[in-house]
Design a binder for this molecule. Structure first.
Ligand code: IMP
Length: 172
């Protein structure tokens, strides 16, 4: 299968360094719980946290999967791995791979809000605004992409291609 590169490793790392600087400024000397949503955001989160400096950072992972049922507009989001820590009064930074329809983020946010953190912000490597069903505000965004299926750098096609160092689209 042919893959057309849309973001090179260097472009990705450059953007992540910028996001890291912004996040570092925002949370300087403060406590921050970084919450990657597995599996897609694993690689982005690993690179992002190493660009965050001077922050009292902890890493706590969650895993979610969403099922889009064509008979209803709202997808079903299932939590496969929940946080092991209490987030009451904590600053939370959710780290996602992509905001597509927004279903996953909407449900996740609702769930975490119910635990009364101090604040929840969102970092997402990619966004497909053209596919949005729910309005989601992304505080730290890597890149916007068109309505196309991306692979690599954490993004999978049927479970594969996550290890590619670049982001690409499947070429027919
Ligand atoms: P949403 O709930 O529709 O926003 O979908 C979010 C999830 O769908 C993401 O966390 C990804 O795991 C997956 N996803 C959406 N678009 C793509 C894509 O282009 N490539 C790979 N996975 C995708």
């Amino acid at each position: 299968m042919k893959i057309k590169e849309i973001f090179s490793p260097a472009q990705i790392q450059q953007r992540i360094a910028e996001l890291g600087q912004e996040i570092s400024r925002e949370y300087q000397d403060q406590e921050l719980y970084v919450v990657p949503i597995l599996t897609g955001s694993l690689i982005f989160a690993a690179d992002l946290i190493r660009q965050i400096k001077g922050v009292d950072l902890q890493l706590h992972c969650m895993a979610a999967s969403s099922y889009h049922d064509s008979t209803e507009t709202s997808g079903n989001v299932q939590i496969n791995l929940d946080l092991k820590v209490d987030i009451f009064n904590k600053n939370i930074l959710i780290v996602e791979d992509i905001v597509d329809t927004g279903t996953t983020l909407l449900k996740l946010r609702e769930m975490l809000e119910a635990r009364h953190p101090r604040q929840i912000k969102l970092a997402s490597l990619l966004s497909k605004p053209g596919r949005r069903i729910y309005e989601i505000s992304i505080d730290y965004l890597g890149f916007e992409v068109e309505n196309q299926f991306v692979v690599g750098y954490g993004f999978d096609y049927q479970g594969r291609m996550r290890e590619l160092p670049y982001i690409g689209v499947l070429a027919p």
